[in-house]
Design a protein around this ligand. Structure first.
Ligand code: PGA
Length: 253
């Protein structure tokens, strides 16, 4: 298999010091027990927990990521955190362009591409999120919307080694609803074609494309088994060790 499965937990704005560290330790211990090397595991806590979570997973293969970054290295950007700072506290990954940021913070494709490019330059790997709204899906625009988002928010320096795409239909996030497996595969295959157009066939064949949006222990197996799905970006179900571990277990092919 050229593409190693990636199971990433997006904790969003959840977790105080004690429970965040306990969650990270739980994932570390349980993942160690599996002895698996065919799958990568990533947790993305809020900024406030990055250092403690990094410490908590030390000695395991569990990686740590942030949920956003600024594109600048440093300077007068009150409230922002730079990719260099994330790298400095031990982050492996950063998520950019999550739909909650696109919507709540009016982030554009151009801004997301800038963030992704700086993060890659700082030595981080990026997970770039894309996905259509319910209105866009109903209007039959899903592939068009995802194509525009990839063309606009994936930077030129992206490669299969430094970039992961997460397809997250906005209407599936936190709702308990998911597209059918046929619909998911259709979009993932289309995404791979667009990546091929933008970054070349070799990158497209090797780039991981995750599915996100109400992934849970009961649907993870069939979703991750799809030919163009290379793992998951999990919100709600990443907040409980047992659920997150069940999704990791379901990723065994
Ligand atoms: P969810 O969130 O799993 O809670 O639907 C996924 C995400 O937004 O990354």
């Amino acid at each position: 298999m050229v593409r190693k499965t990636l199971i990433a937990g997006n904790w969003k704005m959840n977790g105080l010091l004690e429970d965040g560290v306990a969650l990270a330790k739980g994932v570390k211990e349980e993942f160690k027990k599996t002895g698996r090397r065919d799958c990568e595991v990533l947790v993305c806590p809020p900024f406030t927990l990055l250092t403690s979570v990094k410490k908590a997973v030390k000695g395991s293969r569990v990686m740590v990521g942030a949920q956003d970054c600024h594109y600048a290295e440093k300077g007068a950007h009150t409230g922002d955190v730079s990719p260099v700072m994330l790298k400095n506290v031990g982050c492996d990954y950063v998520i950019v362009g999550h739909s909650e940021r696109r919507t709540n913070h009016h982030e554009t494709n151009e801004l997301i591409a800038q963030k992704a490019a700086s993060a890659i330059k700082a030595g981080l790997k990026v997970i770039i999120c894309i996905g259509e709204t319910e209105k866009e899906r109903d209007a039959g625009q899903t592939i068009d919307v995802c194509t525009k988002q990839i063309m606009g928010s994936v930077p030129e320096i992206a490669t299969a080694q430094n970039t992961v795409i997460a397809y997250e239909p906005v209407w599936a996030i936190g709702t308990g609803r998911t597209p059918t497996t046929a619909e998911v595969e259709e979009v993932h295959a289309a995404i791979r074609k667009v990546v091929s157009k933008k970054l070349g066939r070799a990158n497209a064949n090797k780039m991981r494309i995750l599915y996100g949006g109400s992934m849970k222990p009961t649907n993870a197996k069939e979703l991750i088994a799809l030919p163009d799905v290379d793992g998951g970006l999990i919100g709600g179900a990443s907040l409980k060790v047992a659920d997150f571990m069940a999704i990791i277990a379901a990723s065994k092919q």
